[in-house]
Design a protein around this ligand. Structure first.
Ligand SMILES: [Zn+2]
Length: 438
């Protein structure tokens, strides 16, 4: 089995060879937790989930790391708006994120480091970059000096002018060059802050990922695979390479893979257009397998255009697969029947081809026992359980803490005579299949 992935840094499909055959390290930029996950977030977790499954088929030990950004000005803003603490907000949305992803049968990564648990690692990485002469102190900030890294721009292949435009920042007085970026910034006492050699402050976004990667794989090791949405190529991943290469002599990462965006009726999803589709809302109306199949329907590098027909077609296809898989046929598990689907997916995660393959099996499965077993097991390989009702998957992922908190909040609302709020909470619980009887 040969795994090929399109490597963004070399702009071509390459055969994947890990640094160490016994242990593969993959890192993917995870969510910033301040709101409900939308289908773009789900796709960004679904694509590496397929790669994780393929890698696990070939390699004994696959370490998949997906971080949680729980320090960010957007989280502080949400806390201010909801009159809660930053931790209330991040904990709430971490719960919702984890629940949504497991409802979609996305496997848990091996590690899910949180930024707030990694401050000492972040401070250590910044210290190393300063010691190596690649960062400077300015007006309470620690700034990465991009002129100290000769290959800056190697991932995004951007010219200096493009990079300055792309950085989308005002030319700040504390930066020598507009493309330089923040490693550490000062916090006021109203903002979350940690003690550091540079005063009370918090990290810039890019340094989080580099520090958490190095904290797990070791400063002088090379990461095998780094993934994320292609909107992260510049400046986020470009800056990660620069930081990582200036704090260690090891190559930062060998393979970069990026997924395309999700469009809704061919338009970019945005709050202002009011076309953001939340995973929570989809789960209320659709089988989780249907959503999964819809998210896998386009090749991961292309944009996925979401429309009513995307989910409708996926629902019809899944129904067809399930009606065939219901038949009472014993599955012979002695043969490795997943080889064909893993071969298809090994070629740069070709999920549209994998779905076509399932459709062809669905035709022959009615008359052929082996194809029947192959259909069930191949679907299972991509996370679709044809012989079980997906709603049962939902129920096993009940978040007890969240439910208890909602029940308590509803009780308090009733005691205060706020029946409107109490009813809203009851409706929310109902949508989670929790029925309350007073
Ligand atoms: Zn990242």
């Amino acid at each position: 089995m040969t795994i090929k992935i399109f490597n963004t840094i070399n702009k071509k499909k390459e055969i994947f060879e890990p640094v160490n055959r016994d242990k593969v390290y993959m890192y993917v930029c995870g969510p910033t937790v301040y709101s409900h996950p939308h289908i773009g977030n789900a796709r960004a977790a679904m694509v590496p989930d397929i790669l994780f499954r393929v890698l696990k088929k070939k390699y004994k030990d696959v370490i998949y790391i997906r971080n949680i950004t729980d320090v960010d000005d957007k989280i502080s803003d949400a806390a201010y708006k909801e009159n809660k603490t930053v931790y209330d907000i991040s904990n709430k949305y971490i719960d919702i994120y984890q629940n949504n992803m497991s409802s979609l049968n996305i496997l848990d990564p091996t590690h899910q480091p949180r930024v707030t648990d990694n401050m000492s690692a972040i401070i250590k990485t910044i210290t190393k970059i300063i010691e190596n002469g690649s960062a400077y102190l300015s007006e309470g900030h620690v700034i990465f000096d991009t002129s100290k890294y000769n290959n800056y721009g190697e991932l995004s292949k951007r010219s200096l002018d493009d990079m300055i435009d792309g950085a989308r920042v005002d030319i700040a007085s504390y930066k020598k060059s507009p493309r330089d970026f923040i490693l550490w910034k000062p916090s006021t006492d109203k903002q979350p802050g940690w003690d550091s050699p540079w005063g009370l402050g918090r990290p810039g976004w890019h340094i989080e990922c580099t520090s958490m990667i190095k904290n797990i794989i070791g400063d002088d090791s090379t990461l095998d695979i780094h993934g994320g949405g292609n909107d992260l190529i510049f400046p986020h991943h470009e800056n990660e390479i620069a930081q990582g290469s200036c704090m260690s002599s090891a190559k930062y990462c060998n393979y970069w893979f990026h997924n395309g965006i999700v469009l809704v009726n061919k338009k970019k999803m945005s709050k202002s257009l009011g076309n953001v589709i939340l995973v929570d809302d989809l789960l209320k109306n659709h089988d989780s397998g249907t959503i999964r199949l819809a998210l896998l329907s386009a090749h991961y590098r292309k944009p996925l255009n979401w429309s009513d027909s995307t989910i409708k077609d996926a629902g019809n296809l899944l129904k067809k697969f399930k009606s065939i898989a219901k038949s009472d046929v014993n599955i012979d598990l002695s043969k490795d029947l997943e080889n064909d689907i893993t071969d298809i997916l090994s070629d740069d995660l070709n999920t549209p081809e994998a779905i076509k393959f399932l459709s062809s099996l669905a035709k022959s499965a009615k008359h052929n026992k082996e194809d029947f077993a192959k259909l069930v097991l191949s679907a299972k390989f991509i996370g679709l359980n044809l012989q079980h009702d997906d709603k049962s998957i939902l129920n096993t992922n009940i978040d007890v803490k969240l439910i208890e908190r909602l029940i308590q909040e509803r009780l308090e609302a009733r005691q205060e005579g706020n029946y409107e709020k109490a009813d809203k909470i009851r409706e929310k619980l109902l949508s989670m299949k929790i029925y309350i009887k007073d």
